[in-house]
Ligand binder design. Structure first.
Ligand code: PLP
Length: 361
């Protein structure tokens, strides 16, 4: 039997989610963020699927952008971490990569580059995240230096910031960060870019001319509130495998490494051909839900590298070869993540090459 473990990618769900992000971008455009291999889905597959809809794509670094160019993606590509050397700046200008610039060294590299054609530069301001971005007292100087750079597309400078707490609807930090950016840019003729997924969904004031949704495009809510269920998002990835062994264990017998789960009664245990080597989190605890034969079942014992075990005592007619969904349309990746002490973002971004991505339309 061929390994039944695969990540199915629902491209029409992806396009649906992007169109929704675009609808929320009522002041401008939504740039799909496809860093970290499109949150584990496959950057080239995702970019190809959105190529006729998206004005540009966003990735973390130049290596990720070149992968897309080499695969024939022609849109501008925003480098969220910018470029640090004049060489990288030259590559960016030749390849139509947009540079998010968030410190003086990056501005120096742009000024030093022997540019021969236009370069699109975004400026990032630190409004409270304190990770990347220009401080208020260095922002004006950097902006001035940029607009006097002959090849920097002067009328295309976008000022961006990033939120620390947009997923927390009770935290007013987002409002303070928006106010900070508006104040910083009030006398400038620039376009703004603030919103990531949670801000686009939950903070209408954060919508700018350019929004940067990532996680929501893959069909899950970044908000983790009781409103999640009503969001019109459809999961893109369904992580699926199948049963490769079945057994009965008596009350008091254990399952898996370390004997962490002990049967409270005689139980029917299925072994599924997926483990942490395939992207399923090792830290998922006994009780984590899976989906089999249109119902839930629970993980029991420790996740191994290539396998895990589930309790199927309550399910009739279970057989070797039966499909099991680990997350996707029936089990939300965020729910699995909560049992593993992390967030859906991490589970998706960590999906390894070993697991084939299968595009379904
Ligand atoms: C990753 C990232 C995004 C997208 O964030 P999501 O929460 O996935 O929507 C947007 N902007 C920047 C600067 C990022 O690094």
């Amino acid at each position: 039997m061929a390994r039944p473990t695969k990540a199915l990618l629902d491209i029409s769900a992806l396009r649906h989610n992007y169109r929704y992000a675009q609808r929320l971008s009522d002041k401008g455009r939504a740039i799909p963020i496809i860093k970290a291999n499109a949150y584990g889905h496959g950057a080239v597959a995702v970019a190809s699927a959105l190529a006729d809809l998206a004005p540009a794509f966003g990735v973390a670094c130049i290596e990720e952008a070149l992968e897309l160019r080499n695969a024939g993606i022609n849109q501008p590509i925003l480098l969220l971490e910018g470029a640090f050397t004049a060489d990288e700046v030259m590559t960016a200008s030749e390849q139509n990569f947009w540079l998010m610039s968030s410190c003086r060294q990056q501005i120096d590299a742009i000024v030093a580059a022997p540019l021969k054609q236009e370069l699109t530069v975004w400026l990032k301001a630190d409004t409270g995240m304190h990770r990347l971005g220009l401080a208020a007292n260095e922002f004006a100087t950097c902006y001035e230096r940029l607009i006097h750079c002959p090849f920097v597309a002067n009328d295309a400078i976008v000022v961006a910031t990033h939120f620390s707490s947009a997923d927390d609807l009770s935290d007013n930090t987002t409002e303070l960060q928006i106010a900070h950016l508006l104040e910083l840019t009030q006398d400038l003729n620039v376009e703004l870019s603030m919103a990531n997924s949670p801000a686009l969904l939950a903070w209408p004031e954060a919508r700018g001319q350019w929004n940067r949704p990532g996680f929501m495009l893959y069909g899950n809510s970044p908000l983790m509130t009781e409103h999640d269920a009503v969001l019109p998002l459809k999961p893109v990835m369904t992580l699926r495998s199948a049963i490769i062994a079945l057994r009965e264990v008596d009350r008091g017998e254990s399952v898996g490494y370390g004997r962490t789960w002990v049967a409270p009664k005689r139980s029917k245990i299925a072994t599924v051909a997926i483990g942490y080597g395939d992207g399923y989190p090792r830290h998922a605890i006994s009780g984590t839900p899976v989906w089999i034969k249109d119902q839930r079942a629970e993980l029991v014992g420790r996740v191994s590298m290539d396998m895990l075990s589930i309790d199927v005592s309550h399910i009739e007619n279970v057989a070797i070869g039966d499909e099991v969904e680990l997350w996707g349309t029936n089990i939300c990746v965020n729910e699995v993540a909560s049992y593993a002490g992390t967030i859906g973002y991490e589970l998706l971004a960590r999906m390894p090459m070993r697991t084939p991505r299968i595009v379904v339309d």
